[in-house]
Design a protein around this ligand. Sequence first.
Ligand SMILES: Cc1cc2nc3c(=O)[nH]c(=O)nc-3n(C[C@H](O)[C@H](O)[C@H](O)COP(=O)(O)O)c2cc1C
Length: 369
Amino acid sequence: MAIKIGSLTLNSRVYVPPMAGVTDIVYRSVVRLVDPNCLMSTEMVSSRALMHQKDTRLMDLDTAEHPIGIQIFGHEPDVMAQAAARAQAKGADFVDINMGCPVPKITKGKDGCALMKEPDLARDIIREVRQAISIPLSVKFRLGWDDNSRNAVEFGRMVEEAGGDAVTVHGRTRSQFYSGQADWHAIGEVKKALSVPVFGNGDVFDPTDAARLLEITGADGVAVARGSLGNPWLIPRITKFIDTGILDDAPNDIDKLITAYVHCINLIAYKGERVGTNESRKHMINYTKGIHKSASFRNRLTQITTALEAHEVLSELALQTEGKEGLERFLRGTENPNYFTYSENVGQRYRDGGKHFHIPVQANFAVAT
Ligand SMILES: Cc1cc2nc3c(=O)[nH]c(=O)nc-3n(C[C@H](O)[C@H](O)[C@H](O)COP(=O)(O)O)c2cc1C
């Protein structure tokens, strides 16, 4: 059965939830190359910062990317309502409110997971946001603040009653941060108590994990964050496995290297060479994890400053991994890189940024051989 978040009907049960510093427009484009239907969200956006900012790239959406949510955080109902209205105006399919972030910088100002300790304030926020937008609204939270105050079931009921159309529940408390195991049974308790769709979240790194999470929690969908890092293929592999029981192979190493490069140059096209290469290092490191004898290449990737250097390191790794054939396949795959097309309003700004951007891939062939 298709999941419905308010008026939004989803064609997939898999959600790539917000990851600050990760799920930007480029990351999402890479995931959509391999799984066009999954649900995705932007990184979290500060509602307070939006009061002073005319625009933020965190809210950039491509007209082609749907379904997409914009996640906002904050604790002032009126400020959150204004931020939600901005998100709707930006073209989001839904707004997600962050009530799960454990980071002290966020929680000390009553934002993120701190709101689980203030359910009345959380309710006010949800109600005001609900009134400010006509698109669906979801809330993402954890099991509670700590083991002595696990309140995810009551909190979920409150969200539903206040006008939330869906929830995502990370099966850990705030005090756990990322330690221990996500408690999928506890997510199941929330699912049992609610009638809006529930996305179960935490520790899905493999299609079989996703199937087990869905079975144990009874959740409508599964949210996969860290598992998708350097591994966008996990998303379609999960979709296929939960829909058909067929387990597709993990991608080949050369495909990972090609995608690492595509990710890198699109980040550069979007953010400029300095910021783009800088930000792409962590992604390229993630793509190369697990490739045999790749540690020294990862060291080099931490230092790259241009697309050409990235291409050089990845070419050499392709050569080491699958010999001359692997290298040739890598070069063919990166010769006409798959540039993403951004929507007019987003593209306009970045086409300029990418104007002087040119990678002499052929010249690089000689370096790599
Ligand atoms: C680098 C990183 C950034 C994250 N940023 C956000 C965020 O902005 N908003 C949010 O609600 N959750 C954020 N999360 C939490 C994830 O969405 C997810 O709930 C958590 O990682 C557990 O899921 P996983 O086990 O599939 O990774 C972040 C997680 C990571 C690893």
